[in-house]
Write a new protein. Sequence first.
Length: 280
Amino acid sequence: MSRADLHTHTTASDGRHRPAEVVRMAKEAGLAAVAITDHDTVAGVAEALAAGAEYGIRVIPGVEISTSAEGKDIHILGYGFAPDDPVLLDRLVSLRQVRARRNAEIVAKLNALGVEIAMDEVEREASASPRGDGSIGRPHMAGVLVRKGYAKDMRDAFNRYLAEGAAAYANPPRIGPLDAVRWIHEAGGAAIVAHPGLYRNDRLVLELLDGGADGLEAHHSDHDVAMERHYKTLAKSRGKLVTGGSDFHGTREGIVFHGRVGNRTVDAVVLDRLLAVRPS
């Protein structure tokens, strides 16, 4: 069966590899298709599409939109929209502005803890972005923390400072997940709830499905077999799509975040169904 990895990140947001490299990795992994789903940006899509033509692999423009509900980060994946949709592009700019405020809050909290880190260091860490409208995230901060000796590796940086509940975590007000679903639908795309097992809130997940989300990312590198089975059942109970992807961010200090390209996939038939969604 032909396989598709529907969740990858590049240097356009917080990945370690340029879009063309991710596409090449997908080809080398034997995949038929790969989706580029950077955080709150489509800056890497053009390069990825060109690489797809070069390597003979189908590239799906996508995005992972950062939202918040009940005090938690909730991510919504979008597929099949027009990547040059002007309204969506303006909305993504607004999200990156919120992300910039979040980043500043985290740096301020780190400084208050005696951790000497400056925003310009974080920006230099993220300087491999293919364009100036890329998205700076916590992995860039973690890279600086490791380099300056405040953490032994990326996981330690997140566990100690950056993860939800950690000492420097910040979560400024964001749009709600159903707002992101609406934005994606208005741009002509399909909206999928990313890695639902990480939220530990099935009531909220069902509310998102009932509120208009088109499916769940049941297959994810941070889901075990039982979780994948559970969310597959949950999606099907609402007549919704079941998708999956690696959530590849690259390798840092020998650690792969979250899984290698092709670590989680779905049959390409699922991709065809996903792209056939016609939002009402």
